[in-house]
Design a protein around this ligand. Structure first.
Ligand SMILES: [Zn+2]
Length: 235
């Protein structure tokens, strides 16, 4: 199986960057790596002009570095059977994966194989929306999965498999809402003790105009101070 590992889609999220460097130090046949937002990684910031993971499908003649980079990455992804794109969040107990509507079934099998049974379907302009072979892996900074060596071994093992074991229990969610800073203040969200993947109460969901049960993620994440988190519905 030919695998691409993407780190640094957000230039200040450490797990993918460490993992890319590990694969560069100890190369493995059929596994390639790329630092997605290379300039942001150099500057240790999330992005230079535009959030790269909101810049897809991108444009090779685009104005910003990220638009060009998105176009390059989409073309690169086509050369692989599987693409892993690594992310981090400050929000605890938030480990999960993202795929797009086009996702190949093997992405669900892969998520399940890795023990990440929460799969979120994203339809904003992220890499997942435009690929069928890319799964984004979102790991909390405090998680026991926040370990580049562990992912190095896991991906090495997977690359040697002919077939990925079939998915067992996978919970599918859809990203339906972003909690704004206005929501945060108006609804006094910090006092609600929200926890990732624990449903919020119905009256709060009603106030945000989302269906219940509604599951919050990325709550108060320091990586994205321009919003207060996301809301999911189960599919
Ligand atoms: Zn990220």
């Amino acid at each position: 199986m030919k695998i691409l590992v993407i780190g640094g889609m957000h230039g200040n999220e450490p797990l993918g960057i460490e993992l890319v460097r590990l694969f560069q130090e100890k190369r493995i046949e059929n596994i390639d790596v790329v630092l997605a937002n290379e300039n942001a990684v150099k500057d240790n910031c999330r992005f230079i002009k535009d959030d790269l993971n909101r810049s897809f499908p991108g444009n090779s003649q685009g104005k910003s570095y990220e638009q060009k980079r998105a176009s390059y990455l989409l073309n690169l992804c086509k050369k692989y059977d599987l693409v892993f794109d690594f992310h981090n969040t400050h929000c605890p107990d938030n480990d999960c994966v993202f795929v797009g509507d086009l996702a190949d079934k093997k992405l669900y099998d892969t998520a399940s194989y890795f023990g990440l049974n929460k799969v979120i379907i994203a339809d904003y302009d992220c890499i997942n929306k435009y690929t069928s072979n890319c799964v984004s892996i979102e790991i909390s900074l405090a998680s026991k999965l926040m370990n580049a060596n562990l992912w190095y071994k896991r991906i090495f093992k997977l690359s040697k498999m002919n077939e990925i074991p079939l998915a067992r229990k996978v919970k599918k969610f859809r990203f339906v809402y972003r909690m704004t800073l206005e929501d945060k203040n108006k609804l006094n969200l910090p006092s609600k003790n929200l926890k990732a993947f624990n449903p919020i109460n119905k009256s709060l969901a009603d106030k945000m105009g989302v269906k219940s049960p509604a599951y919050p993620i990325f709550i108060g994440d320091k990586y994205t101070p321009n919003n207060y988190g996301g809301i999911l519905n189960e599919l």
